[in-house]
Write a protein that binds this ligand. Sequence first.
Ligand code: B16
Ligand code: MG
Length: 218
Amino acid sequence: MIACCLFDLDGVIVDTARYHYLAWASLARELGFEFTPAAGEATKGVSRMASLDIVLRAGGMDNRFSPAEKERLAAEKNARYLAYVASMTPREVLPGAVAFLRDVRAHGVLTVLGSASKNAGTILDRCELRPLFDAVVDGTGVSHPKPDPEVFVKGASAAGVRPENCVVFEDAAAGIEAAARAGMRSVGIGGSPLLAGATMQLDGFEGFTFEMLCREID
Ligand code: B16
Ligand code: MG
């Protein structure tokens, strides 16, 4: 039985993954190296500071900066990222995501956001998505980033649903691992081979329905 669907935000509901990448890449360029899209994959679903470490490692700059300098670099990246977010509109919600959220809710199943992002609230407001979620757990409310299961455990508990009755929708390997560690089934979104550990995979939500989900994994 599925009683709650938990959704990652970046790369699942909205395409902010490319804004994260563009902001990191421009920071890297300023530091004197190229941060490739392939290297950027590893930052998906990972917290801001852990992403910064991935970026610096890619440029061979692991031990170059003090903690205070790293805070400044992360703040600079966030400012660049927020410049993209500021002009987001509901048109940037990924195809089929709103229809699927509505369909899930029409079946009496709870919908919860489980995102690592500290900017999730801003994005939900810009894209007019808040009314589609029964609860929101984001980077402002968790202390252990994915692949730690905390964000999904808190989401399920906010919904009052047991983990075995939850399904997580994720575009990042760290999120699929977090779901498994929380004892939840998962749907890997986007077709990356890195999501092979998910219960099932889906290219995107277009044409996908709650009944199809139940048929596949329930
Ligand atoms: P912020 P998700 C994650 O969001 C992103 O995938 C990841 O790239 C980002 O580093 C992380 O949020 C933190 O984001 O800097 O906005 O706090 O995929 O878990 O919704
Ligand atoms: Mg994501």
